[in-house]
Write a protein of this length. Sequence first.
Length: 126
Amino acid sequence: MNKLGQWFRNFMTGRYGSDKLGNTILWTAVAIMLISLFIPVAAVKLLLVLVYYTLMGIALFRILSRNTYKRYRENCKYLQLVDRIKDREHKYFDCPKCRQPIRVPRGKGKIAITCPKCREKFIRKS
């Protein structure tokens, strides 16, 4: 058993492993698989099984990937998206010049926004 554990540690060295995005993809795949068990229509069931296998393949690819920087950036973007969805008090805009995301309070009407990075001024409704 010790040899198998050592082999697995050596195999996973330099690989990305699991993260929040990978876990979300994995649990979505499991949910789709469970839903497909209760669908009686063969064509829909086949489609759901294909989606399930695709999502499982993507999750496995992310776990075994050696391009850790790319997987890390994907996870950061996912976490930013989740934070934006959870944030009900602010609205997010991208600067038209440099694409810097800017957070402004909701419900203030039309406001002049100044980008903190490039100092571009633009007007948006919050």
